[in-house]
Write a new protein. Sequence first.
Length: 289
Amino acid sequence: MGNYDQGNGPQRGRGIGGRLIAAIVIILIGLFMYWNQIEVNPVTGEKQHVAISPDQEIRLGLESAPEMSREMGGELPSTDPRTQEVQRLGEYIVSHTEANKSPWKFQFHLLADTETVNAFALPGGQVFITEGLLDRLQTEAQLAGDLSHEMGHVIERHTAQQMAKSQLGKLFVVAVATGTDTSGQGGYNAATIAAVVNQMMQLRFSRKDESQADLWGVKLMEKAGYDPRAMIQVMEILKAAGGGGSTPALFKTHPDPDLRIQQINAYLKEHPPEPHLSEGKDLREIFYK
């Protein structure tokens, strides 16, 4: 009579059962944590799954801003008229919209990166735009649209929501790896597949966040007195800067500019802009007067 240490004997079965139980426990812990990370958004009034509080978001953004600036060429000096315009317009939008009623500490930065065409926001209100993007914008309304879009990310607490989703996703990956026999190739493949699924989920949420921020951008710039149709011009600028790359749309964190234009047009069709709205001054007149 041989023992059952090898093959498909009872000991191996008990091992598989133990791993499955551990995996289920990990998943249940992850779901419990996620569903208990709920706060009411102070601006929208909606319940959201978030990993950190507004105060923690503000602190995280403030602590991360200097390093972010260093990574992208540093900030242009406060005496530069372009920096002054970015800050002036950003503060103007805050003071004339519901962003002023939020707990976020909005600050606006112009980065000395001429190669990167981008803008982004850290949690808590730190908003950045690169010199590479600013140089392509032509009017105050276009700049207002871009800054308002980034403010939308802050207001919707997208980073805090992504952190909560990421924590859940990582525990899901751990659970799959735990519940699979990792001694062979099969377990490795299962864990890898779980990681890819988690990443794809995060990309999907990111694309959704971008579309949501686009609509916030339209709303905020309109309330600040700027023609929201300038947001479409911003999308055209981003499309031209993209150079028509061949990366599959499924793997892009931002929706295709053409899709974003369609979504913005659809919104504006349902919510026609007021006739008195303006595109503002030409940025070149402001920068080089």
